[in-house]
Design a protein around this ligand. Structure first.
Ligand code: ATP
Length: 444
């Protein structure tokens, strides 16, 4: 029978990373004779959850093993012994470890996982599921991580998915500057442009494959196939010791969290169609806001300053335009209603915009002004008069066309589907394991 081991909430702002703990567990399971049936699944959940450390990631390992109980005990031991000490000011990790044994993922788990992508779930719901399905579990410090651990098991990535190759640093380097040759990243990016994504940010020339914090991750390359990632990493100049690497299968870059919203609840993620109700306006901090009339009611939408090119597009919207927007809902404050923070803008229809003006004077070509209601026009220059005539109307050019708009790569969520992935969506799971899907640097 197949084992599904879910892991979450093992790190804090002080350091650590759930994928790193997963990499240690993978190594141990390999030694216990586990046969992996899939790449480890790196499942991103609702990115608007307030208690996340960074990108709200959870992990599911899927394997067959002679003694599942022993495997669970080994994973629990690693988890317990790898938690970093936290200072009292930092939020403590609330780790959760869950084991489901079975060849089919029960629908209750799948539904929980779908909801974890868009809504906010309670720890008690995760605990109820664990009880109902007789799952093996372990948690400490409140166990919020049980939510992510259960949700990761419940998402077998049967539809669109991507891959990420993550390299881990040697512990002696944690907290120090990452030594990655910048030029080699740009070169790799240009060679593997069609099979990898979000390696760098073109406008700011920032490298996006390396995190900036004190965590154990040296870098992660995201892309369409495990083999392209292996080839891509070989192009990089790495001037520090790589402790190990793992290739993950993931819902990153799929926009799986932006399904149609069913309501407008704080911290939820999703998308909705609507009609622009006013001309977008710039407010304090350079952020742009507009009102959208949707079937869920009127919704204030925001494109924040870091969303750069998306913000520029939003400014070109006009009252009456038909759009679809996707993002996360910021709770109402004492001064503001709920706001949808834009992750994408799909312009479906741009309404024509007209400019009306009085015709020019037939005598001297000067501009004409109205003399009052039904009084006709008078030339400002030569004072010639004409009887009332209709104003002329010309169509104004619109500087925005129907289409899909995203913020620049540096401001995109892990889950956001980059434009270059459109048309590359996978319809079926790809679980064929490369021989060296994890290992130490010698296998690279
Ligand atoms: P990292 O990416 O470095 O692993 P993180 O950003 O994933 O960190 P965590 O430390 O794992 O953050 O914290 C996220 C917490 O939110 C976890 O306890 C997880 O179980 C919980 N969580 C995830 N999704 C939801 C959800 N939809 N509703 C409620 N809680 C959730």
């Amino acid at each position: 029978m197949q084992c599904h081991l879910g892991i979450d909430d093992t790190d804090s702002q002080a350091g650590g990373c759930t994928t790193y703990i997963a990499s240690l567990i993978i190594e141990k399971l390999g030694k216990l004779g586990a046969q992996f049936t899939d790449y480890p699944n790196l499942i991103r959940l609702n990115p608007n959850i307030p208690y996340k450390t960074r990108g709200n990631a959870a992990i599911a390992l899927r394997f067959k093993v002679p003694a599942p109980e022993k495997a669970f005990a080994a994973a629990k031991w690693i988890l317990r012994n790898s938690l970093l000490p936290t200072d009292p000011l930092n939020q403590k990790p609330e780790p959760g470890l869950v084991l489901f044994i079975g060849d089919r993922i029960p629908s209750m788990l799948r539904i929980f996982s779908q909801e974890a992508l868009q809504t906010v779930l309670s720890i008690s719901r995760a605990r109820d599921l664990i009880k109902q399905l007789h799952l093996r579990s372990f948690s400490t410090n409140g166990g919020r991580g049980l939510i992510g651990a259960v949700a990761a098991i419940g998402n077998p990535l049967n539809e669109d998915h991507t891959f990420e190759l993550i390299c881990y640093r040697h512990p002696k380097n944690w907290g120090f500057l990452r030594k990655i040759g910048k030029a080699s990243v740009f070169e790799m990016d240009s060679v593997f442009r069609s099979s990898t994504f979000n390696n760098s940010d073109p406008k700011s020339s920032r490298i996006l494959i390396a995190p900036r914090g004190p965590d154990p991750v040296l870098l992660g390359i995201r892309g369409e196939t495990p083999s392209s990632l292996m080839n891509a990493i070989r192009m990089l100049d790495l001037d520090e010791q790589v402790q190990g690497y793992v290739i993950y299968r993931s819902n990153q870059g799929t926009s799986e969290h932006l399904q149609t919203l069913k309501g407008l609840q704080p911290h939820e993620a999703g998308s909705v169609r609507g009609t622009v109700m006013d001309h977008p306006r710039i407010e304090r901090g350079g952020h742009v806001f507009f009102e959208l009339s949707t079937k869920l009611g009127s919704l204030k939408c925001a494109a924040y300053e870091p969303s750069d090119s998306l913000r520029q597009k939003v400014l070109l919207l006009e009252k009456g335009d038909r759009v679809q927007v996707g993002g996360g809902i910021r709770p109402a404050s004492s001064t503001d209603a709920l706001v949808l923070n834009l992750e994408f803008l799909l312009v479906e229809e741009c309404i024509p915009v007209y400019r009306t003006f009085n015709p020019l004077c037939l005598v001297c070509g000067g501009s004409m002004t109205s003399m009052g209601y039904r009084q006709g026009l008078r030339c400002r220059k030569c004072r010639a008069r004409v009887p009332p005539i209709p104003k002329l109307r010309v169509t104004q050019p619109r500087n925005i066309a129907p289409g899909f708009y995203l913020p620049p790569p540096r401001s995109q969520r892990h889950l956001t589907k980059p434009i270059k992935r459109f048309g590359k969506e996978r319809r079926r799971p790809y679980r064929r394991l490369l021989e060296a899907w994890y290992g130490n640097v010698s296998s690279l």
